[in-house]
Design a protein around this ligand. Structure first.
Ligand code: 2NL
Length: 344
């Protein structure tokens, strides 16, 4: 029996020595020290021993068991330490490696210009109003002094959905609706940015869809000089403090009188260059005093209230400001175009 124990011990120690991982070590523990293992078997066989041999043999079994346990524990610690070492080695972070660059996006130049203009007018006490891109004929035309049969509302020029609905051709219907909501009481002071649609062939300066920004102020005692002062502030903030403006007579069905505003050329300062086509002036927007018919149709008493309005194409402003030569660049989604407008 003693020899059998010695043999078991040698065998177990050799296996522990040879074990390469924690699983194998655990298998050895179960095989030698477990309930079904050979040492337990030896203990069971002790019943056949004499009373004086029994304690000696018991003590020997304990010694063997402790020895195996001790070696197992030692080996386990070694294997665990090795596993940690290996993990540390495999997960080493080289802090000297260059970082992976994070791609940072930027505003589309059109969005940037629209937001700049919005901020400018918000700063002058305007609110931003938005409406529908699919509009009723009434708000898009009728309420803006463009009755049925008016040449400016030719079917050929607009995208009609049904006889009475179309893609808005300007953001003016937003203003007509807003005025109506005021129920004849001023002041109205709004800026309306939004997509508009016109049946046009696309080329370098025309797009069948573009972004319009309109402004409207209605109150008592609103005069042409209020319009002129407002437009001058706008021109200077957008194109430089030394800009001058000039108003030329024009025509729109919804304003009377109507004007077009030019700014002194911000490239040549007025001397004449390619951007201003040698005139020294650049056309920026259309404007005027709100036509009394438009005020009345929206529920305002045109003897008590007056107003001014203006409208511009945001693409044209962005093209001038950034020197963009083709309106189609805004809509063809070439990322290289957009990325040129990253801020430093
Ligand atoms: C333009 C010129 C303009 C208006 C828009 C307007 C709106 C109402 C009443 C009166 Cl509700 N006027 N808008 C006035 C003058 C010119 O737009 O879009 N040039 C690109």
């Amino acid at each position: 029996m003693q020899d059998r124990l010695k043999e078991l011990q040698e065998e177990a120690l050799a296996k522990v020595e040879a074990a390469v991982d924690l699983k194998e070590l655990n298998d050895i523990r179960v095989a030698y020290l477990g309930k079904k293992g050979p040492i337990t078997e030896v203990l069971r066989g002790m019943g056949k021993l004499s009373a004086e041999e029994r304690p000696k043999m018991g003590a020997l079994v304990n010694v063997v068991r402790e020895k195996i346990t001790e070696v197992l524990t030692g080996k386990q610690e070694k294997l665990e330490a090795a596993a940690v070492e290996q993990q540390l080695a495999s997960e080493t972070i080289d802090v000297t490696l260059p970082g992976r660059p994070v791609k940072v996006g930027n505003h589309h130049p059109l969005t940037a210009v629209v937001e700049q203009i919005e901020d400018l007018f918000l700063g002058m006490g305007y609110s931003i109003a938005e409406g529908f891109e699919v509009e009723e004929d009434y708000y898009n035309f009728e309420a803006l002094n463009l009755p049925k049969g008016h040449p400016a509302r030719d079917m050929q020029d607009s995208f009609y959905i049904t006889d009475e609905t179309l893609l808005r051709t300007h953001t003016s219907p937003v203003q007509a609706r807003t005025m109506e909501q005021h129920k004849g009481k001023g002041p109205v002071k709004i800026i309306c940015p939004g997509k508009v649609y016109r049946r046009d062939s696309d080329d370098a300066t025309h797009s069948h869809q573009f972004m319009q920004i309109e402004g409207l102020v209605v109150d008592e005692n609103i005069r042409m000089s209020d319009l002129k002062g407002t437009l001058e502030v706008f021109a200077k903030k957008m194109f430089g403090e030394d800009r001058q403006i000039r108003l030329r007579p024009s025509f729109f069905p919804f304003t009377e009188p109507s004007v077009e505003m030019d700014i002194s050329c911000f490239i040549c300062g007025g001397k004449g260059c390619n951007v201003c086509k040698k005139t020294g002036w650049i056309e920026i927007l259309g404007a005027g005093m709100v036509h009394p018919n438009v005020l009345e149709m929206a529920g305002f008493d045109s003897k008590k209230y007056t107003g001014f309005a203006f409208g511009m194409g945001a693409e044209r402003i962005a093209m001038l400001k950034y020197g963009i030569d083709d309106i189609r660049h805004f809509y063809t989604n070439d990322i290289r175009f957009v990325q040129q407008f990253k801020r430093a």
